[in-house]
Design a protein around this ligand. Structure first.
Ligand code: IDP
Ligand code: MG
Length: 143
């Protein structure tokens, strides 16, 4: 069954000018772009997006990093989108990520790791709604 996931090309990867290469890899892996934009998160918006990590020691650094420059959120569709996308990006820590994965190729370290991918269908829906209105998703409808 086709379903959706949210990717974010994080500020470090945008800054390093590798967004195009990453998008190319995502498309080559069979994902369809349903919506995409470049935007800079405020501290509040980044904090809200990662609220689930509020009690983790890295939360403040994570919020600062995610609001440090523009990022590129992308709503994607594919069969088994969530799990297939997690495979494509690799482990959170690039030292543990498999060869050829986006994080192995482009992440600097466990904190600045180039890309986000939703971890469940339920969170994918919440995260897509964080960045894209229903109207935007419908206006971009491409089958
Ligand atoms: P995920 O992005 O692979 O799903 P999560 O555990 O959900 O990983 O963490 C969200 C983000 O928080 C990571 O992608 C990374 O940017 C940051 N992060 C996670 N664990 C650490 C850590 O131990 N130190 C610093 N930053 C971390
Ligand atoms: Mg996560």
């Amino acid at each position: 069954m086709n379903n959706r996931t949210l990717a974010i090309i994080k500020p470090d990867a945008v800054r390093d000018n590798v967004a195009g290469k990453i998008i190319s890899k995502i498309i080559d892996a069979g994902f369809k772009i349903k919506a995409m934009k470049m935007t800079r998160l405020t501290n509040d918006s980044a904090g809200g997006f990662y609220l689930i990590h509020k009690n983790r020691p890295f939360y403040n650094d994570l919020v600062e990093y995610m609001s440090s420059g523009p990022c590129i959120p992308i709503a994607l569709e594919r069969e088994n989108a969530v799990s297939e996308f997690r495979k494509l990006i690799g482990a959170t820590d690039p030292n543990e990520a498999a060869e050829g994965t986006i994080r192995k190729l482009y992440a600097k370290n466990k904190a600045e790791n180039a890309i986000h991918g939703s971890d469940s269908d339920e969170n994918a829906a919440i995260e897509i709604a964080h960045f894209f209105s229903r109207k935007e998703l419908l206006e971009n409808y491409n089958g």
